[in-house]
Design a protein around this ligand. Structure first.
Ligand code: ADP
Ligand code: S3P
Ligand code: MG
Length: 459
């Protein structure tokens, strides 16, 4: 929910209330995120965003001190709010940035949980930065938070960007608070090979300019890439990383800064299972939004080899996105009133494929669905076009050994009778290229949760 200043002036709280102030504020995910965190900790609270123009901040702070338990602040208020606070925590003071306010006992205290969101993300991913070389792209507000944490945690920080004068100003500023810090500026073309941590604190690569990247290539020694951007979920910078390099987008930092704000307000400690679940829900919200806004599609359609997990993962994706789930094999069996094996026995594979095409025609106009296809449903170009009309076609490129495990107890698939492993291998090799060629995206993973995350990331 987003309130105007006028609505905020008239607002009468009925339960403990928290708010986000910003301007502009239309695209914030904070209200849904905080609601999810309240639910996880069993709290009945209100959280909404208020569009507060800079000239109204003083009045908004006065109203909040009477109606709210706490606040979050975003652009352009993180610095301006200092003048309306009774006290500011040391780190927030050094950073010159407050994103969380706690009202209690008639006083207002400012904190910065963005930095905790970043340090918490590194901890979540098991990344230690001590004595490692870390490059930070950018010198704006978020880059400052990141440089401060990295320098404080003992990394050798290099700030890079188009304007090295601005980078130098940030370096000097951080040195004045952390005199022991190892922090320097460096042109992007001269980064040492041993740079292990790469962080993007610039908006380069953010939707809609998704091809932009703050670096053209990653240093050879890169071990971890952190991008503060989360739309798209996999940025151009993250795409530069080879598979062996762990990457992380900014959504976890967003979740953690909100969780730490609630720790300040209530003392709540969230366990990592809750945080992981909330992160996945938010990734799903983002995927849904991007499916419409970026791709102009209304369905997610899963293709891939038998046993790659289309039915299982499709059902879970539909639940996470609150979409309807349609399994095309089920649909076809219900329509015909027969099992697939019996259809194969009666009319052969080509008869079965004709029925599949009829089903594709019937389903192709639907919207708001996750559709799991049968393994052979994309063998005909007609079907591919029908499913792509409203849907983003995603190939589950599950490794062969996992497919064999998934199919090991199965006897229902008519194409896999006889010497099962050999049959499967032959058909798998024949089909793999077909899936890769027809799909809009191809995702790989072995665990179900890992594949789900990969699907969200791919959108
Ligand atoms: N990644 C996975 N890890 C463990 N089991 C899986 C995985 N993917 C699928 N399965 C299991 O394998 C079997 C076949 O999966 P299914 O979703 O029916 O595949 P498909 O629809 O692609 O043929 C099911 O019993 C399912 O629970
Ligand atoms: O690959 C195939 O040609 C087939 C895959 C099956 O679906 P799953 O991929 O869900 O097993 C089912 O449509 C039929 O047995 C044919
Ligand atoms: Mg299936």
């Amino acid at each position: 929910m987003i309130l105007t200043m006028d609505e905020f002036r008239k607002y009468v709280p009925e339960k403990p209330t928290f708010a986000l102030f910003g301007h502009p504020i239309a695209h914030t995910m904070s209200p849904e995120l905080h609601s999810k965190l309240f639910r996880a900790s069993g709290k009945d609270c209100e959280y909404f965003a208020v569009d507060v123009p800079p000239e109204d901040l003083e009045e908004a702070m006065r109203i909040a001190s009477q109606t709210c338990g706490g606040l979050n602040l975003t652009i352009p208020h993180k610095k301006a709010v200092f003048q309306y606070l009774d006290a500011v925590d040391e780190t927030a003071k050094n950073l010159g940035s407050v994103n969380t306010v706690f009202f209690h006992d008639g006083t207002s205290v400012g904190y910065n949980t963005d930095i905790l969101g970043f340090s918490g993300s590194l901890e979540f991913d098991g990344i230690s930065v001590e004595n490692k070389t870390a490059v930070v792209c950018g010198y704006g507000g978020v880059a400052r938070v990141i440089c401060y944490h990295l320098a404080n945690a003992g990394a050798h920080v290099l700030i890079t960007g188009r304007n090295l004068t601005k980078a130098k100003a940030l370096r000097n500023d951080i040195r004045s608070y952390l005199p022991q810090a190892s922090i320097n500026i460096m042109p992007a073309t001269q980064l040492p090979r041993a740079t292990a941590i790469v962080v993007n604190g610039t908006p380069l690569g953010m939707y809609p300019n998704e091809h932009a990247s703050p670096l053209e290539k990653l240093p050879i020694g890169t071990e971890y890439v952190f991008d503060t951007i989360y739309n798209p979920p996999e940025t151009a910078l993250m795409k530069l990383a080879p598979r062996s390099v762990k990457t992380r987008n900014g959504l976890l930092m967003l979740v953690l800064q909100a969780a730490y704000a609630q720790t300040i307000w209530f003392g709540t400690q969230f366990d990592s299972a809750d945080l992981t679940r909330i992160l996945r829900l938010l990734s799903g919200d983002m995927a849904k939004k991007r499916l419409h806004d970026v791709y102009g599609k209304q369905n997610i359609v899963l293709c891939g080899f038998m046993g790659s997990g289309k039915t299982t993962i499709g059902r879970k994706l539909a639940r996470a996105l609150q979409y309807e789930f349609v399994d095309m094999d089920d649909y076809l069996e219900k329509r015909e009133g027969k099992k697939i094996a019996d259809i194969f026995a009666e009319v052969g594979e080509s008869g079965f494929r004709d029925i599949e095409t009829d089903c594709a025609r019937e389903i192709s106009d639907r919207t708001g669905c996750v559709i799991a296809l049968g393994g052979g449903a994309v063998l005909r170009q007609t079907n591919v076009a029908l499913y792509k009309k409203n849907g983003l076609l995603i190939h589950l490129n599950t490794p062969f050994y996992r497919i064999v495990q998934n199919l090991s107890r199965d006897t229902s698939r008519p194409l896999l009778q006889g010497d099962k492993e050999k049959q499967t291998r032959l058909l798998f090799n024949k089909r793999k290229k077909i899936y890769l060629n027809c799909a809009d995206r191809s995702v790989t993973g072995t665990r179900i949760s890992e594949i789900m995350d990969a699907v969200f990331r791919a959108i």
